[in-house]
Design a binder for this molecule. Structure first.
Ligand code: UD1
Length: 422
């Protein structure tokens, strides 16, 4: 397994291009199943999760061609000849559940392996299933699979989510585009990835309104057409790299970054004393001198502070002046980076969903273990600011969500190398 070696110390300066959003691309790709005509995505990120979704769609009979080194994905679902999403692929990536709604809407039947738990919590899919049932689907859970049927097709209905789920909103939104009649999704997720999906579906001929608010209305159509759609900028990659100059000092321009994608996060970052300005090409983040100040952070669904930036923000706050409290409200087990940061000299006290972080003047390099995608990059951030060498092991998590991380950081004069394992 590969690991990454970081030598911390100096300020970082330069520019970093921000890729298309992994989480948007993972829901835009299954949208190909809704049409017999081609769907082409531009600005796709080059990540292992995208390869996993490619393999899943191909296993169903879709054609997926990666062009321009992976930046363009040309897909066609003319011949879907298999309606079973196999455990061997689904277990690798929870987002695989997103093929369920589209397959069921298109052909009236689908079998998808249950994704099971993952490191950051139980993460059930009950909301996805209840939503499809509200649209007339008959579901049977057996042998670890969801067996779904909608004889005569899905019907529009009212889907009331008891709490916000990004994935469930996406699954129901896609399914509703081909259902008979009108679907109303209440308590829908408002994330930019949902808006991006809705915009792509509208290009494909779907009738959707209210995306970006808590109530989305969809008028079902008999068929959708092909389209070409650019994947929205990755706000989590953007936020992660905004933290680089914050933790090391220096100034970095994030090319393609937009404030509206990271408003709540940027407000918190600014509260720590970091400067953020909008430029013609994106955002510039600078920390000129001194330590950042402690701030309290609570994760919430969009437009709140994203859970996917909590680990990285914690890395910064480990070096802040004062004590910060981080509250994680989305996932029950998302402080696994804390013990690793403690190995680097951080002072963190975790009690349930709260982490109290007392900043230290300097972190110290150490061998650490990445436990999930966002945790792994938080350790790299910490390593960039630490004295000495940090070896981050198990970085396969990182490759799921960050393209060319070493190259992007090395271009800002970070000392970072990948050690190829077996
Ligand atoms: C998506 C993102 C993930 C991000 C998360 C929250 C993708 C591929 N992943 O994940 O990076 O951290 O949103 O912003 O886009 N839940 C249920 N039942 C369900 C569905 C969810 O109880 O049927 C719970 C989850 O366990 C979690 C919470 O709801 O506690 C929110 O999860 P959800 O918004 O669904 O996250 P994902 O779509 O899986």
């Amino acid at each position: 397994m590969d690991s990454i070696l970081v030598k911390g110390g100096g300020e970082l300066n330069g520019e970093i291009p921000i890729a298309g959003a992994k989480n948007a691309c993972l829901t835009l790709m299954p949208a190909t199943l809704l049409s017999e005509e081609p769907l082409t995505l531009t600005n796709a990120p080059r990540l292992s999760d995208i390869k996993t979704m490619t393999a899943l769609l191909q296993s169903l009979g879709a054609e997926v061609t990666s062009l321009q080194g992976g930046k363009v994905l040309a897909m066609s679902s003319h011949d879907i000849n298999n309606h079973k999403a196999d455990y061997e692929i689904v277990r690798k990536m929870r987002a695989s559940i997103l093929v369920l709604g589209p397959m069921l809407a298109r052909d009236g039947h689908a079998e998808v392996s249950l994704p099971g738990g993952c490191a950051i919590g139980a993460r059930p899919v009950d909301l996805h299933l209840k939503g499809l049932e509200a649209m007339g689907a008959e579901l049977d859970l057996r042998d670890g699979y969801v067996h779904a049927k909608a004889t005569g097709g899905l019907k529009g209905g009212v889907v009331d989510f008891p709490f916000v789920s990004v994935g469930a909103t996406e699954n129901i939104l896609m399914a509703a585009t081909l259902a008979k009649g009108t679907t109303v999704i209440n308590n829908a997720a408002r994330e930019p990835e949902i808006v991006d999906l809705a915009e792509c579906l509208i290009r494909m001929g779907a009738a959707i309104s209210g995306h970006g608010t808590s109530t989305i209305t969809v008028e079902g159509k008999d068929r959708l057409n092909g389209a070409t759609h650019p994947v929205v900028t990755d706000r989590i990659e953007l936020g992660t790299y905004m933290l680089v100059p914050a933790i090391t000092g220096g100034s970095i321009e994030l090319i393609g970054g937009r404030m509206s994608l990271v408003t709540a996060f940027a407000e918190k970052l600014a509260e720590t004393g970091v400067e953020i300005e909008e430029t013609q090409r994106g955002l510039r983040v600078s920390r000129k001198n001194g330590r950042v100040s402690a701030v309290d952070v609570k994760t919430e669904p969009f437009p709140g502070f994203p859970t996917d930036l909590q680990a990285q923000m914690m890395a910064l706050l480990c070096t802040a002046n004062g004590t910060s409290v981080l509250e994680e409200t989305i996932f029950e087990n998302r402080f696994m980076h804390a013990p690793e940061l403690i190995r680097m000299g951080a002072q963190i006290d975790v009690q349930g969903g709260l982490a109290k972080v007392t900043g230290v003047e300097r972190l110290k390099g150490a061998p650490v273990m990445a436990t999930d995608l966002r945790a792994s990059v938080s350790l790299i951030l910490a390593g960039l600011a630490a004295e000495g060498e940090t070896q981050v092991n198990r970085v396969y998590h990182l490759d799921r969500g960050y393209e060319r991380v070493e190259e992007k950081l090395a271009a800002c004069s970070a000392s970072i190398t990948r050690i190829n394992g077996q």
